[in-house]
Ligand binder design. Structure first.
Ligand code: PMP
Length: 417
């Protein structure tokens, strides 16, 4: 008897039914191979509900938002704002006004670095990051420190890929104006104790931004319970469209944040001499937004709500455990990152086999994984390697996908032996 599609006792998901909701999973690749998609950390696939919501929006509702008095414009505005309400409820925001639509995590972090941090930082101030950040949560801070004379301080990680919390605490001081921290590392899978670290940062008087790009797709997230000031995430990693994401900011923190880009829709009134800016979130949404993207993200949230994030989390946790067990049966594999708490991602290297060879070979077997530095070069430097192979999991993955991965890895190892 083959292993059940998911081994986790708490699983309440009907995996085969879920798979049928993803049209792309019916695709055959490289001749007639089934697609084993293990690259959802880079971008997740889309369920039919999201694809249909986009198509329905463009086919029935589309017009520009916030401007017209005609029917389509009011319907489009309602659809856009309803999506904001759904997303706010999904992440435990106090109100939809706390959710700013952006292109994705990268834009959200750049918004905070330029609109919130830049006017506040100066020589003597510090921004505290960690050595496991994605470049999106590192480069914008390097840039704003360069622009303001503030100092960027990075807390180290240990040989498992966990944050060294004591070292992080030592670097936190009254000079720290902002702490930027990933919820889950996209390169290692490390789940950070973000609520605890946020409380410590607040005691020190710092604001806290959490990079939630790899958090929201895998865990129930409640921003109020986390206690942070900003939380950034991308729609395309949580079954929604590309080009849309959210910056959540607590109402009082967004209120103290000045404008980011200037233009239409972000103003209350304009004269040739002066502009009075709109309140958040409109203040941060200059120009025509990605209306269809927001609507599609709202549909993704409905879809996830119907599945229940707790069930998704349990399913993926079981799968990660199963994958770790199966990968341990291949002696040539060295895991990169063995964090105490892991979510969604497993990175590894295999002897001298270059990850690009591994990825290319696996692809020929129909197994899509990511290879490279995963936009986290400091993590690679920490482990003294240029790249890893990364398998990442989503709700449609089952043990059969893990088995295909392990069989593929074994074949590559034998080929290079
Ligand atoms: N942070 C993390 C942890 C990520 O995994 C990613 C995407 N790989 C990003 C930020 C950037 O997200 P996006 O490209 O959607 O802006």
């Amino acid at each position: 008897m083959s292993a059940p599609a998911t081994p986790h006792a708490a699983n309440r998901l009907d995996l085969e039914a879920i798979r049928r909701e993803f049209p792309i999973l019916a695709r055959r690749v490289h001749g007639d191979r089934a697609l084993v998609y293990l690259d959802s950390a880079a971008s997740s696939q889309k369920p039919r509900a999201v694809i249909d919501a986009l198509s329905h929006y463009y086919g029935h509702t589309h017009s520009n938002v916030h401007r017209g008095v005609h029917l389509l414009s009011t319907e489009a505005t309602d659809a856009y704002e309803q999506a904001r309400e759904k997303i706010a409820a999904f992440i435990g925001a106090a109100s939809a006004r706390e959710c700013v639509f952006v292109r994705g995590t990268t834009e959200a972090i750049n918004l905070v670095s330029q609109a919130w941090a830049r006017p506040r930082l100066g020589p003597g101030d510090e921004v505290l990051v960690t050595a496991m950040e994605h470049h999106s949560n590192l480069v914008p801070w390097q840039m704003v420190c360069e622009q303001t004379g503030a100092r960027l301080v990075a807390a180290p990680i240990d040989e498992r890929g966990d944050l060294i919390v004591d070292a992080w605490r030592e670097r936190l001081s009254s000079r720290t104006r902002l702490v930027a921290l990933t919820h889950v590392s996209n390169a290692l899978g490390t789940l950070n104790p973000v609520a605890e670290l946020t409380a410590l940062a607040h005691e020190a008087g710092a604001r806290v931004l959490i990079d939630g790009a790899q958090g929201v797709p895998h865990l129930p997230v409640d921003v109020a319970a986390l206690g942070c000031d900003f939380y950034a995430f991308s729609g395309h990693k949580m079954y929604g469209p590309t080009g849309i994401g959210v910056l959540w900011g607590r109402e009082d923190v967004l209120a103290e944040t000045g404008p980011w880009e200037g233009g239409g829709s972000m103003i209350r009134s304009v004269t040739l001499e002066k502009t009075i800016f709109a309140d958040p979130p409109q203040r941060f949404e200059a120009g025509t937004p990605h209306i269809a993207g927001a609507v599609g993200l709202g549909a993704a949230v409905d879809w996830l709500d119907a599945l229940e994030m707790e069930a998704l989390e349990a399913h993926e946790a079981g799968l990660v455990d199963y994958a770790l067990e199966r990968l341990a049966s291949v002696p040539e594999i060295r895991l990169i990152g063995t964090p105490r708490q892991r979510v969604g991602v497993i990175s590894f290297v295999t002897g001298d086999i270059h990850p690009h060879d591994m990825g290319t070979f696996l692809d020929r077997e129909g197994v899509a994984v990511r290879v490279g530095h995963h936009c986290a070069q400091p993590v690679m430097q920490h482990f003294g390697i240029p790249a890893t192979t990364r398998a990442s999991f989503a709700v449609h993955n089952g043990t059969d996908d893990v088995d295909a991965l392990v069989a593929g890895i074994r074949a590559v190892v034998e080929f290079f032996a």
